[in-house]
Write a protein that binds this ligand. Structure first.
Ligand SMILES: *Cc1c(COP(=O)(O)O)cnc(C)c1O
Length: 353
């Protein structure tokens, strides 16, 4: 019966981080530094917990299909924009593709980058045009713009996963000036940067900016994502979305998280401090980063050799082997809690090339 499964699921899928518990057991370690998934090491804000618990007691009811509370909280936090929400930004990405792209049409991605744009597009019958990044993994506008001519939807991740670098807003503006398709700007890590793309929303009605509560807001386990969208897009997105995907507890917790500005500030300050420390103290080249992780060049080791070596010392990082368009000698290291970062620096110093 297995052969009845669709071709796109026969060969590849999303690559998840290794399980910390299993690695700990496997190597007989007391504690493991979890630096493979770019989460916030702090638990959720008390405000998120409070509103989440309160919503749980009403869980016999379906969520508000318009997510009014979350929408209002997003407006209060960011200003008078139009929003859509979903089950993680992954859910928003999937629904956006479903809204805009017919089977056989193309999306554009800028490689190496986050894999889910491609996986989700292929699963929905679309094709993928991959535009390689230039030196220092910067986005080169000309080839990107050219690829967009044939496409329905383009994705740009900034700051980019896994490379860490951001694309200046002027470059995004230049791209928007020259394309007709919709551009989805993935801002999963923007809270850790100085980058601000929101002014572009006033000038272009083909721009969507995706955000998540999984990184800076400490709610990865609750799966809440959202996007700034043009006004015309919203009703169609709602039609394309699975009914009631974002659950009421997660939405309420997100409202609480948004109100706790200090929580995000703490995370941001820790990240900025440790990004600098890691670049100074690892004995391998660390690429410049605007995110809560850094990409490290571990050559002459391969990605997997470095990941295995670090895991034996209790430090979990992400192998970049599976990122298309990237040579096989990089790992991605999240900024964690202080003890995790210290343990990471120590493990790197004992990693044998
Ligand atoms: C983590 C991440 C997301 C999505 O996260 P969700 O948990 O689904 O909200 C999207 N884009 C990038 C680049 C990410 O790293």
């Amino acid at each position: 019966m297995k052969r009845s499964v669709r071709g796109c699921y026969q060969s590849e899928g999303y690559v998840f981080a290794k399980n910390a518990g299993e690695i700990g057991k496997q190597h007989g370690l007391e504690r493991v530094a979890r630096l493979a998934s770019n989460e916030n090491p702090d638990p959720p804000s008390d405000k998120a917990l409070e509103l989440g618990f309160a919503a749980l007691s009403n869980a016999n009811r379906y969520p508000d299909e318009r997510q009014v509370s979350l929408n209002d909280a997003l407006m209060a936090a960011h200003g008078n924009y139009h929003f859509v929400t979903g089950v993680g930004m992954d859910g928003v990405i999937e629904t956006t593709i479903r809204t805009l792209v017919e089977p056989g049409e193309l999306i554009v991605v800028s490689t190496p980058t986050f894999s889910f744009y491609r996986l989700s597009a292929i699963a929905q019958g679309a094709g993928v045009a991959e535009v390689p990044r230039g030196s220092g993994f910067s986005v080169e506008p000309a080839p990107f713009i050219e690829a967009c001519e044939e496409a329905k939807l383009a994705f740009l991740c900034t700051p980019n996963n896994p490379t860490g670098n951001g694309t200046p807003p002027e470059v995004i503006r230049e791209i928007l000036e020259h394309i007709d398709c919709v551009l989805f700007l993935d801002n999963a890590y923007v809270e850790f940067s100085e980058l601000d793309y929101l002014p572009l929303l006033r000038d272009y009605d083909n721009l969507i900016i995706g955000r998540t509560f999984s990184k800076a807001y400490s709610l990865a386990g609750l799966r809440v994502g959202y996007a700034f969208v043009p006004e015309w897009f919203r009703p169609y997105y709602v039609r394309a979305a699975t009914p009631h995907t974002l659950n009421a507890v997660s939405a309420a917790a997100a409202v609480g998280a948004l109100s706790d500005v200090k929580h995000v500030k703490t995370a941001r300050e820790r990240v900025i401090k440790w990004r600098k420390e890691l670049s100074g103290r690892l004995e391998y080249p660390v690429l410049p980063s605007d995110a809560n992780f850094v990409m490290v060049d571990v050559s002459p080791l391969t990605s997997d050799e470095a990941v295995e070596g670090l895991a034996r010392m209790g430090v979990l990082v992400r192998s970049c082997r599976s990122f298309r368009g990237l040579k096989d000698h990089y790992v991605r290291v999240s900024i964690g809690a202080d003890w995790e970062n210290t343990m990471c620096i120590d493990a790197f110093s004992r990693l044998n090339p």
